[in-house]
Unconditional design. Structure first.
Length: 269
């Protein structure tokens, strides 16, 4: 008999349930497909995507469609990058290359999505995504618990005072996107611990912030796609090889996507 420990958006999450937590697909279809193939082999019961499904990559429409399919009835969060792309919010916080890529991505989404009921429903789905989800002590954030954008920069810098500030904002375990680096920080020491593939941590009800890494744009100098497996409070990080060269080729086909978006994929930065 499955013992339910908390609820997630109406879905029971209990002992024996395996959940794949993805983040930062970044419109990188080859990476996403490789990860979903790996997830399928793990026989998970839920797939969550916790932010940045769009941005930088060459396949925004294909990635949005696929993530919509696999996360129906579960969690899919929106990041500041996603919001900037699909809305008319100010883009002043971002540089010129991102602005150019954002306008290009908007154009890719519009032609087939703005006509017809199904297309309008997809746009409504993107607009309706939240930046945060919670079920009991487990919380999900597309960036960080405090300071939607700038908290990411501070955590990435590894500042102890900022790590403690973020940890103080969550009652238990928080899963965050946007960092691009698989790792975990515990309230006990407030130190960012980078993790390796297949490394596991048992949360044991302790206060922590964990990042699954990135599917489409890893930033830990490992070009392999990264995701996280949750099972009975235990977190296990996974790495997956994908066809980086194919994503690079697709990026270079579009002059509105900066060349360095392709180059950095090969070195994971």
């Amino acid at each position: 008999m499955r013992i339910v420990v908390f609820l997630a958006q109406g879905c029971a999450v209990g002992y024996g349930m395996r959940i794949a937590i993805l983040a930062d697909a970044k419109a990188n279809e080859p990476a996403l497909l490789a990860v979903l193939a790996a997830v399928d082999r793990l026989h998970v019961e839920r797939i969550w995507h916790i932010g940045s499904l769009l941005g930088y990559g060459p396949d925004p429409l294909a990635v949005a469609e696929r993530i919509h399919q696999v996360t129906q009835g579960t969690y899919c969060l929106s990041s500041p990058h996603d919001s900037a792309i699909i809305s008319v919010e100010s883009l002043s916080l971002y540089g010129p290359s991102f602005l150019k890529a954002t306008l290009w991505t908007r154009r890719q989404l519009q032609p087939s999505w703005l006509a017809g009921g199904t297309a309008r429903a997809r746009i409504a789905w993107l607009h309706g995504l939240s930046a945060h989800g919670a079920d009991g002590a487990l919380q999900l954030f597309s960036t960080t618990p405090v300071d939607f954008i700038y908290g990411v920069l501070q955590i990435s810098a590894g500042r102890e005072d900022e790590l403690r500030r973020q940890l103080d904002a969550v009652p238990g375990c928080a899963l965050v996107g946007a960092l691009g680096r698989p790792g975990i920080v515990w309230r006990d020491d407030a130190v960012w611990h980078a993790v390796m593939a297949e490394q596991s941590s048992d949360t044991g009800g302790r206060r922590c912030i964990a990042c699954p890494g990135a599917v489409g744009q890893p930033r830990d100098r490992d070009p392999r796609a990264s995701f996280l497996l949750w099972e009975d409070g235990r977190l296990t990080w996974q790495r997956v090889e994908y066809d980086v060269a194919e994503t690079q080729r697709r990026i270079r086909c579009h002059p509105d996507l900066a060349p360095h978006y392709a180059e950095r994929l090969a070195i994971g930065v």
